[in-house]
Design a protein around this ligand. Structure first.
Ligand code: EPU
Length: 426
């Protein structure tokens, strides 16, 4: 597990790219792989295929090892086996990425006990976990904070059989689903997140014998009297809709055409609809989308929302694209309070962006100019790669570990399309 190698890279140099013609294959979804890895605690053997090998998933595998699991990673398949020997998620690992909070649910579902810290990850706002804890309190869990760790112990029977989230939270919903396998019988969750990654976790839990049905944003969760099924679980991680969307944006700017393969078009409806609005031509097939660049692109207005709305994780990439669209675009970020840090870096490349609270006003400019910039979070770094590809002159993106947390082999993928991007260490 070579995460030290990925961490050794300090910057990415991006040279201007005139056009892209060819195809690129999307990896498995990071935000699906993480809850699935947490779910691997629930049974003795799991094999995940289409598994994305990137910093966050490698960190998560380290956590599983620290909890006693044996890991065999081979290409894009990973086997997780063995028994849990510890219920404490070490701070050195949990502080590295936000998704580590999912081991709270995984451990509680598997053992009824967990010790975790507040998670790390992208600095895109305060990112509380009050909803995760409120759910556990409602169940009647014993929760204490000791030496920086949140210690949780579940009761043998839940105090309630129904819970409503105050806000729609992706990992909060996933943690609740993971925890609930502990209790036989029926439970109802309301105001849940319905992101494709949540559904992927649900598909995995069904393979363990849990019965799960939906009605709008409500889930009925039922663990049969004989508990979870034993035996190996084989599961294919869904395609990464955010990586797919990132390449579609690159295609909208440079594709002649660019075919983005191994994606699920249904998961990208909001993104595809906004790409059509900016004026690009798309050819949508069963598991691929071909995108043809368009010049000039049209300015648009968009706002982020929980799925099936426009994803916050695509906002930065759209901002890079809209910075060279004709006219004035408006982006409203409704999910995270501090997710416009890329605007400043894009401005250093010549973009004209004004931020007022949760609204960004982007006045399209004729061109961007390459510059040294800082990656401030994962999707911000993707927006800078996009800007670098269309800019005049070379761009160097520092703090590149952010990009490598969530995009598998992005340098290799772009170079295979004829771009020139290079990871560097010194
Ligand atoms: N929120 C609360 N209380 C909570 C939990 C969330 O107020 O207890 C608020 C947040 O502050 C935010 C909103 O609810 O305003 C939504 O946050 P959510 O909990 O849904 O985010 P998350 O689960 O921490 C996941 C993804 C993010 C993605 C968001 C939104 C993973 C590991 N992370 O985060 O992915 O942006 O959902 O879709 O699944 C990324 O991949 O770059 C990334 C940041």
């Amino acid at each position: 597990m070579d995460y030290e190698k990925l961490l050794s890279f300090k910057y990415l140099k991006v040279r201007p790219c005139k056009e892209i013609k060819g195809s690129v294959s999307v990896s498995g979804a990071k935000n699906s792989a993480l809850p699935l890895l947490a779910a691997s605690l629930l049974t003795e053997e799991v094999e995940l295929t289409n598994f994305p090998v990137l910093l966050d998933t490698l960190y998560a595998l380290k956590i599983l090892q620290a909890l006693g699991k044996e890991i065999a990673l081979s290409g894009n398949s990973v086997r997780i086996e063995g028994k849990i020997s510890s219920v404490k998620v070490p701070f050195e690992l949990s502080s590295l990425f936000r998704g580590s909070i999912l081991f709270l649910g995984g451990l509680l579902g598997a053992t009824g006990k967990a010790e975790v810290t507040y998670p790390g990850g992208c600095s895109i706002g305060s990112r509380p976990i009050d909803q995760h804890l409120k759910f556990l309190e409602a169940l009647g869990a014993d929760i204490s904070v000791e030496s920086g760790y949140i210690k949780v112990k579940l009761p043998s029977e839940p105090a309630v059989r129904e819970f409503t989230f105050d806000v729609i939270t992706v990992t909060g919903t996933e943690n609740a689903l993971l925890t609930l396998v502990r209790f036989k019988g029926e439970f109802e969750l309301h105001n849940v997140a319905l992101e494709p990654e949540v559904i992927d976790l649900i598909e995995f839990l069904k393979k363990l014998g849990v019965e799960i049905t939906f009605k709008g944003r409500s889930i009925r969760f039922y663990v049969p009297p004989n508990g979870l099924k034993k035996g190996k679980v084989l599961h294919k991680v869904i395609p990464d809709r955010i990586e797919a969307g990132t390449f579609l944006v690159i295609g909208a700017l440079l594709g002649n055409p660019l075919k983005v393969k191994n994606l699920e078009p249904n998961h990208l409806e909001a993104v595809i609809s906004k790409l059509k609005e900016v004026g690009v031509k798309l050819k949508i097939q069963k598991d691929s989308v071909e995108v043809y660049r368009k010049e000039p692109l049209k300015a648009i207005t968009l706002e982020t929302a929980p799925y099936p709305g426009f994803p916050t994780d695509m906002q930065a990439q759209f901002m890079a694209m809209l910075s060279v669209a004709k006219g004035v675009s408006v982006i409203v970020e409704n999910i995270f309070e501090n997710r416009f840090q890329h605007a400043l870096e894009l401005s250093r490349m010549g973009a004209d962006i004004e931020i007022k609270g949760k609204t960004a006003v982007i006045r399209g400019v004729k061109k961007l100019i390459g510059a040294p910039v800082n990656a401030t979070d994962l999707r911000a770094s993707a927006s800078l790669v996009i800007a670098g590809l269309i800019a005049e002159g070379e761009t160097t993106i520092y703090k590149i570990h952010h990009l490598l947390r969530g995009y598998e082999k992005i340098d290799e993928k772009l170079n295979s399309l004829g771009c020139e991007v290079f990871l560097g260490k010194t």
